[in-house]
Ligand binder design. Structure first.
Ligand SMILES: [Zn+2]
Length: 122
């Protein structure tokens, strides 16, 4: 894979991880909402007829909430890993056109390894 193709691939992966993280957060939010609604309904209609529905709403809410926390955490970690990889690739290290060695930081007129002039007009 060429470097540009790898960068494009990583960018796509990063977008995907971010999207999945957001989906996880929405699931968590909806789960929380189900819990609150379930508890509210339980207080308003405190009779055995609605009890089962309310309990399943709360159980569903807890389940979604935990799943959402887990998913958003998981994809957030993935996102960070991918970003680190992407940054490593995206930051290009200058290389001497003659000996192909990585040039140290600083402004050199000549390559410190082989002595070739590094001025772009030569
Ligand atoms: Zn050199």
């Amino acid at each position: 894979m060429s470097e540009d193709a790898k960068l494009a691939y990583l960018q796509e992966k990063i977008r995907e991880a971010k999207r999945n993280e957001r989906t996880g957060l929405i699931t968590m939010f909806l789960g929380g909402l189900s819990i609150v609604l379930g508890i509210s309904f339980n207080i308003i209609w405190n009779n055995s007829f609605t009890f089962f529905g309310v309990v399943s709403l709360i159980i569903l809410g807890v389940f979604m909430f935990i799943l959402g926390i887990y998913a958003s955490g998981h994809y957030n970690g993935q996102y960070r890993d991918l970003m680190g990889e992407f940054e490593k690739l995206a930051i290009k290290v200058p290389i001497c056109s003659n000996c192909k060695k990585e040039l140290p930081k600083g402004n050199f007129e000549f390559c410190p390894f082989c002595g070739k002039s590094l001025k772009s007009n030569e």
